[in-house]
Write a protein that binds this ligand. Structure first.
Ligand SMILES: *Cc1c(COP(=O)(O)O)cnc(C)c1O
Length: 462
């Protein structure tokens, strides 16, 4: 064995204790970490011929990189939609690394990790109050989840037209209807050979809405003359967290032949709330749903799930099957994750989520979600009350989309606010107006955090 490897192995006890202390130090001071830094120069060190061992590398890391790690998992990072990591999820994540398992098959190979993944999916369905006629799995993020769902949708459309797209490739343009798709949906369509510019844009509702105008949707469906198509709808648009009318879409699905996908990356968590469940009413009728876990479930990156109706399992296998070996038998019956999703080898991605949902239960997630909604409203109430600011859209769930009374001042204001290092928000443009977005998805955020930021905002605004 290499000398440094042997040395590290003999010191594993003290190495792991050192890292435990360092982890604890970070997690107990993450509130005070700056939320942004000036990026260092991109100068690379040369890789040494002989390694220096784990402890020396840790010292080098602590000198060079550690002080620059930002508090993006802390309570005042409201940019993009960035979650934190609950204590239980950190434990689950550490153990994922320690055990280093790969969830391939559930049957015949004694691989428990695939069984853990299936149990986690079943429990997530309970958390989201979804019926158990969905199956699913873990992928790296909502981008890959959208990709997985839309790949199966693509196969469905092919089957409707008597084509096997997985085998023969895309021969014809597939109609894809959507109003306010997330950028990752557009990217997925490009990856899938469906064409990112082939989206047929459905009109949104009037006013400050990003949701589908249902009567416009009906007209567009009729214009397709019965051609099978894919409808991509939103449970939580990025700018204003708008929701399509799922009950109305479910009714349309009874009359028309389409695959219905919902990107519910973070908006799906409305299902956990005590007050906002009505936003996702009817979503259980979709064919596929995307949910991000590294956002509002507050587990570490990389974690998201895709949910696809069990009735479509064969289409999913046709799309993702990794092996045509006859000895594997029926690939729906002999369930094997490698035939249901893009990756072959994966880490045991479900374990952090399994730890967290079991550690905090339904009520724990109700508290996290309700608290984030309350924090968004606390900031939103301040914006409404202060004439120097203006809401660009109502606070529908957990995000505040606002601007300054002169929207053109918002960029300079945001730069100054983010430069304090005490908070981070994202720039946006909504209906032609420059604005700012603050998204609340972190379990740590308290009203003191919001009040601290409000005082900073008052100090900066003219
Ligand atoms: C964040 C997000 C995505 C992409 O998720 P990743 O985890 O970054 O891959 C997709 N859709 C919506 C609505 C999102 O908010």
């Amino acid at each position: 064995m290499n000398k440094q490897l042997a040395n590290d192995l003999s010191q594993l006890d003290s190495l792991l204790n050192t890292i435990k202390e360092q982890g604890l130090d970070f997690l107990s001071t993450v509130n005070e970490r700056p939320t942004s830094i000036d990026p260092p120069s991109a100068k690379h060190e040369v890789l040494p011929e002989n390694g220096i061992g784990a402890l020396e590398v840790l010292k080098a890391f602590n000198n060079k990189f550690e002080p620059l790690i930002v508090g993006s998992s802390g309570p005042r990072y409201w940019g993009y939609v960035i979650g934190g990591a609950t204590p239980a999820s950190v434990i689950g994540d550490w153990l994922t690394t320690i055990y280093d398992q790969c969830p391939f098959v559930t049957k015949g190979h004694g691989d428990l990790s695939a069984i853990i993944e299936q149990e986690t999916i079943a429990q997530l369905l309970e958390l989201f109050e979804l019926p158990n006629d969905f199956t699913g799995g873990f992928v790296t993020g909502a981008t890959l989840s959208n990709f997985t769902c839309l790949a199966t949708a693509r196969q469905w459309v092919g089957t409707q037209n008597g084509e096997d797209i997985a085998k023969k490739g895309v021969q014809n343009t597939i109609p894809i209807l959507s109003a306010s798709p997330h950028s990752s949906v557009v990217k997925s369509l490009s990856l899938l050979g469906l064409g990112s510019t082939n989206i047929i844009a459905v009109q949104t509702m009037e006013g400050d809405r990003e949701a589908i105008d249902i009567s416009a949707l009906k007209r567009q469906i009729e214009a397709l003359n019965g051609q099978p198509f894919i409808l991509i709808s939103s449970a939580g648009t990025v700018n204003t967290v708008d929701f399509d009318d799922f009950e109305a879409i479910a009714q349309l699905k009874q009359q028309h032949n389409f695959w219905w996908h919902i990107d519910a990356a973070f908006g799906g968590f409305a299902a956990c709330s005590s007050s906002h469940k009505q936003l996702i009413k009817g979503w259980e009728n979709a064919d596929s749903i995307t949910l991000d876990c590294h956002k509002w479930l507050n587990v570490p990156y990389e974690s998201a799930v895709f949910l696809v109706k069990k009735a479509h399992q064969r289409l999913q296998v046709e799309t993702f099957q990794n092996s045509n070996a006859p000895y594997l038998g029926d690939q729906v019956e002999n369930f094997n994750f490698i035939n249901f999703l893009p990756e072959n080898s994966r880490r045991l991605k479900a374990l952090p989520a399994w730890f967290s949902i079991n550690a905090y239960g339904k009520s724990g997630y109700r508290d996290i979600v309700d608290n984030c909604i309350a924090m968004a409203n606390r900031l939103g109430d301040f914006i409404v009350a202060d004439h120097r600011f203006e809401l660009l859209a109502p606070v529908r769930l957990n995000t505040v989309c606002f601007t300054l009374s002169n929207p053109d001042d918002s960029a300079a204001f945001l730069n100054q606010l983010n430069a304090t290092g005490k908070v981070f928000m994202s720039p946006t443009v909504f209906q032609g107006k420059k604005g700012i977005r603050a998204a609340f998805v972190n379990w740590r955020t308290t009203s003191q955090d919001v009040d601290l930021v409000i005082e900073l905002m008052k100090g900066i605004v003219q």
